[in-house]
Design a protein around this ligand. Structure first.
Ligand SMILES: [Fe+2]
Ligand SMILES: [Fe+2]
Length: 315
């Protein structure tokens, strides 16, 4: 007996057309948000390729080269930097995945195109931190607070929450941490060639990250408009929990930051002040003020201390 698959395929195709044949990819050609369109134009213009500057940033390591002397840092400072940069490296991996999710969820043509550039930017940032870490040491384990934060942002099915978590919170953290790190390295007296290997690529990344934060600020109001009372409450709760994890992810590296010459307290103050300013800029009345988060700091401090004690006992 000859088995004919034709009728089954016909039925499946028919069902697919009924169920999935909507306009998922049919995005409006009309530009809805000119500010987003402008950011896309800037993103195209400012793409850069690490390969063009790899030899400038990371000269080949000679066998037996004393990396500490080359960077003009102590062994302890170099290892502390490698642990902090490892967290950034995982953060960039998370940003790549989450911006790809957001690209797939965008409902306007200009937002979808901008987010596609962000995916490429984040891939480049992953590549840059791979280069820095290989040059100064190796990739270390992941900060559990950042891991929890990125995992929850990746898991939420709401695109406005992803945008708040990624483009406002995580990107804001990256900007504040990079700024404090560059200042700390300079004050520590890192060599010029050391700054070229670590500081200059980070300066390039900061320009990209500013654009990503800018996208969050201009795109968010459209997504939050018309949110129900219940949805607003859910968003606020999540924002507060994520602010707690964000704070924990910095606090977790306090000792390493201080070894690197980074003013840990100033970094936290900057981070919260920047977030507060951005919440004001995007006129997102749905979001809560960071003052509410400040009340949670003693509780988060206790969680961080408990995690660090447990890790030390296990080591
Ligand atoms: Fe990034
Ligand atoms: Fe980014």
């Amino acid at each position: 007996m000859v088995f004919s698959i034709g009728p089954s395929v016909e039925r499946v195709v028919g069902t697919m057309l009924d169920v999935l044949g909507g306009a998922r990819f049919q995005l409006e050609l009309e530009v809805e948000n000119r500010k987003v369109e402008r950011l896309y134009t800037i993103a195209k213009r400012d793409q850069w390729n690490l390969d063009d500057r790899r030899a400038h940033f990371f000269p080949p390591r000679e066998p037996g080269m004393d990396v500490n002397a080359w960077l003009n840092v102590t062994d302890e400072q170099r290892k502390a930097a490698a642990r902090c940069f490892s967290s950034v490296y995982y953060g960039e991996q998370g940003a790549k995945v989450i911006s790809a999710q957001l690209t797939a969820m965008a409902t306007t043509n200009e937002a979808s195109k901008f987010l596609a550039t962000q995916v490429m930017d984040e891939a480049r940032h992953v590549e840059v931190f791979e280069g820095i870490l290989r040059f100064i040491d190796q990739v270390h384990g992941m900060n559990p607070f950042l891991n929890a934060l990125l995992t929850d942002i990746a898991r939420t099915r709401h695109r406005e929450e992803k945008l708040i978590g990624m483009n406002l919170l995580v990107e804001g953290l990256a900007l504040a941490a990079f700024k404090a790190t560059l200042k700390g390295l300079r004050e520590l007296g890192i060599s010029e060639q050391g700054y070229r290997a670590v500081g200059e690529p980070i300066e390039g990344i900061m320009r990209d990250e500013s654009r990503h934060v800018g996208f969050g600020v201009v795109a968010l109001p459209d997504l939050l408009r018309g949110a129900s009372r219940r949805r607003k409450m859910e968003i606020r709760l999540r924002q507060l929990a994520w602010l707690g994890l964000l704070y924990g992810s910095i606090k977790y590296h306090q000792r390493d930051q201080e070894t690197m010459g980074v003013d840990h307290v100033a970094l936290l103050i900057d981070l919260l002040a920047d977030h507060e300013r951005r919440v004001g800029e995007c006129e997102a009345t749905v979001l809560v003020s960071t003052e509410r988060m400040q009340a949670l700091i003693p509780s988060v401090d206790r969680v961080v201390d408990a995690v660090i004690r447990r890790e030390r006992r296990a080591a």
